[in-house]
Design a protein around this ligand. Structure first.
Ligand SMILES: C[S@@+](CC[C@H](N)C(=O)[O-])C[C@H]1O[C@@H](n2cnc3c(N)ncnc32)[C@H](O)[C@@H]1O
Length: 216
């Protein structure tokens, strides 16, 4: 989102991660697993600290990178995270087990739109982090806002989708349809009567939505 020079400047200022996290970053790169961008995750961690989120729901575990970064960055936090891809679940479990902080994380296996009952047993959540199938953001939001605490926060990643949301012409029909869905989600979110939302052009674009405090 930022120009490339600034992007690398900021990344260069972010301090080094533990060997396990750098191993996870390399694994993700090698196996084409999309994990949250560095500046994006640092922004999210800082927000969660300021908000003092203790119970966090994550939709989209992948290999457990962001879940473990949250657990490590917020030592008092408990993270419930959902993943449907069996191969990624296996890898995530291995990393979580090796991390030494696995007791902070509960991994729920299955499609996020089908495991609501299991998730509800862990509610309420101070924060919900949506980072799964981009075409279904609104569904995830509408399902899991029901388990958000009174003054909770919802963070949604990839809302600028590599800058494509601002492009007029996109050749691939599949990408065009996905961009349309993200754009519709962004408009819906920014006009949602129950939340104050802002889109921050960091990482792949992060939306921060804070509940206004009064239930509908
Ligand atoms: C971008 S990756 C998550 C990255 C992770 N949050 C991180 O930053 O380390 C998205 C993950 O969501 C999973 N996913 C997509 N749709 C899902 C759904 N409906 N239910 C559960 N998991 C889903 C995908 O399998 C993928 O592993």
């Amino acid at each position: 989102m930022l120009n490339e020079k600034l992007h690398f400047y900021i990344e260069g200022l972010i301090s080094g991660r533990s060997p396990l996290f750098t191993e996870m970053e390399s694994y993700a790169k090698e196996h084409n697993v999309p994990i949250m961008e560095l500046a994006g995750i640092e922004t999210m961690l800082q927000l969660l600290r300021i908000h003092q989120s203790i119970k966090i729901l994550e939709v989209g575990t992948a290999i457990g990178y962001s879940a473990l970064r949250m657990a490590s960055g917020l030592p008092n936090a408990k993270i419930v995270t959902i993943e449907r891809d069996n191969e990624r679940i296996t890898v995530a479990k291995d990393f979580i087990q090796r991390s030494g902080i696995g007791e902070q994380i509960t991994l729920i296996e299955g499609d996020a739109l089908e495991v609501e009952e299991q998730v509800s047993g862990h509610a309420p959540f101070d924060a919900v982090f949506i980072d799964a199938a981009k075409g279904q953001y609104k569904k995830f939001f509408e399902m899991y806002e029901n388990y958000l605490s009174h003054d909770g926060m919802i963070i949604t990643d990839n809302v600028l989708f590599k800058g494509l949301v601002a492009e007029r012409e996109i050749e691939s029909k599949r990408t065009r349809n996905l961009v349309k869905k993200i754009d519709e989600f962004n408009h819906w979110l920014m006009n949602h009567p129950d939340y104050d939302s802002v889109i921050v052009p960091v990482g792949d674009g992060v939306a921060i939505s804070k509940r206004r405090g009064e239930r509908k």
